[in-house]
Design a protein around this ligand. Structure first.
Ligand code: PMP
Length: 440
């Protein structure tokens, strides 16, 4: 049960905030009622205003690879804030962090900082259009690249009657207020399906500025790419002269130091990062080879932003990267091991309970639990037809009552951090076992 103080804040909040919150995914549509209002976080734990504590597996949608209030982050913010919050000028730390990123990512020679994944994607796609002189962009069913007009198509689960033919998905904007002109040039393709992609590229490839993909489908739970699929996608982009834009907002500094590009041996033309990059502060970037990125120079493709490259956020990004990369990138191994261990602990619990059709899919530090009759969920359509999203919400809300915080939306995922301990994993697995037994 959501505590009394959270209930009261929700009542107050909904009078002055839309649905009591500031993002559609935090309110009653996700929680089925009042969300829990959080007061503070420490390590792997979140605390709500009613004094309940939770082992947090949401980690701010992936923004907290180090966990809550990591000492290096707290110390950095305290030190830097004393020297001013934001100047909107050139900064030394801006150069330093860009150097670190360019050192780390072989496909990145230049970066441009932004604040959110949405903004970075907007700039990346404008850049791709400017660079190629082409209009069309190709995106995939179930892939999310922010809440803006040109890409907010087919990002929500749909009933099968709305899928359309696998070679020609029905294009569906996920929001009112998006004029058709905004997505007229956006082509939607089924993901993890080489033939559908080859066909779409044969038709649209020569007119496409870029193809944009998540490296791991991360907004329909966690759905990894089939072996060789992303490399084939990259080859097709090269063949048709469309830029290969890998959206690493979720996967960057999450599944490997070099994100999905490193994990799957890719050489994308454009990448965007967000979430984990800022270590909990708003930070995003667009990166690529000089030849493409130089398109963002003054007078070519415009990109502005009062809050770009904020000194607090950059200082935290720097310390976050230093922490993860120290001792030969040991932090990434810890992140991965924690995630793999939690996913495996869940599978053990599910096998022992054997009361529900339930599986767990994950890649390194990210995983998702699917209530399903399938052994694997490999694309958007399978997710829509074979994953019981309400049952997952019930599972997570019961877990919350036992002090485990997972996002109730089956379309999202859980994430490990450096702060999750073996004891946290054991406590989570124990609560999961109880919940699986209690659930109808
Ligand atoms: N791209 C992907 C792949 C994402 O998952 C998200 C956020 N869930 C975004 C872009 C947008 O990022 P932000 O919420 O920071 O705008």
């Amino acid at each position: 049960m959501t505590g009394l103080k959270s209930q009261q804040l929700f009542e107050r909040g909904r009078k002055v905030l839309i649905e009591g919150v500031s993002s559609a995914s935090r309110g009653p549509s996700t929680f089925g009622g009042a969300p829990r209002y959080m007061s503070h976080g420490q390590g792997a734990r979140l605390y709500d205003v009613d004094g309940n504590s939770y082992i947090d597996w949401m980690m701010a949608f992936g923004a907290l690879p180090l966990g809550h209030a990591h000492p290096a982050v707290v110390e950095t913010v305290a030190r830097e804030v004393a020297g001013g919050t934001h100047f909107a000028t050139a900064l030394q730390v801006e150069v330093e962090v860009a150097e670190m990123l360019v050192d780390l990512l072989p496909h990145v020679e230049k970066v441009r900082f932004a604040n959110t994944g949405t903004e970075a994607a907007m700039a990346a796609i404008r850049l791709a259009r400017g660079h190629t002189g082409r209009r069309k962009i190709i995106k995939f069913e179930g892939h999310y690249h922010g809440w803006w007009d040109a890409v907010l198509l087919n990002t929500n689960p749909l009933p099968p009657t709305m899928f359309g033919h696998p070679n020609d998905p029905i294009r569906i904007p996920d929001s009112s207020g998006i004029p058709e002109e905004a997505w007229r040039d956006t082509i939607v393709v089924r993901w993890n399906d080489v033939e559908a992609l080859e066909r779409a590229m044969a038709i649209h490839g020569r007119e496409a500025a870029c193809l944009v993909t998540e490296g791991i489908m991360s907004n329909m739970g966690v759905i990894p790419p089939k072996p060789g699929y992303l490399l084939r996608m990259q080859d097709l982009c090269r063949e048709y002269g469309a830029l290969f834009y890998l959206d690493e907002t979720v996967t960057g500094f999450r599944v490997a130091a070099g994100g999905c590009a490193e994990l799957y041996g890719l050489d994308p033309d454009i990448v965007t990062y967000g979430k984990a990059l800022g270590g909990g502060l708003p930070m995003a970037m667009i990166g690529g080879r000089n030849e493409v990125m130089s398109g963002l120079e003054w007078g070519k493709v415009l990109h502005y932003g009062t809050h770009n490259a904020g000194r607090l956020a950059l200082s935290v990004t720097k310390v976050m990267l230093q922490t993860l990369l120290a001792n030969d990138r040991a932090g990434f191994s810890v992140l991965r091991d924690r995630g793999l261990k939690m996913a495996e602990a869940f599978r053990t619990v599910a096998r022992a309970s054997n009361r529900h059709g339930v599986i767990c899919q994950g890649v390194n530090s990210m995983f998702q639990i699917f209530f399903t009759d399938r052994e694997v969920i490999s694309d958007f359509r399978e997710f829509c037809t074979h994953v019981d999203r309400l049952k997952f919400r019930d599972f997570t809300l019961r877990l919350m009552d036992k002090g485990i915080y997972m996002n109730p939306s089956a379309t999202l995922h859980s994430l490990s951090s450096l702060a999750h301990s073996d004891a946290d994993i054991a406590a989570t697995a124990k609560a999961m076992a109880e919940v699986l037994d209690e659930m109808p």
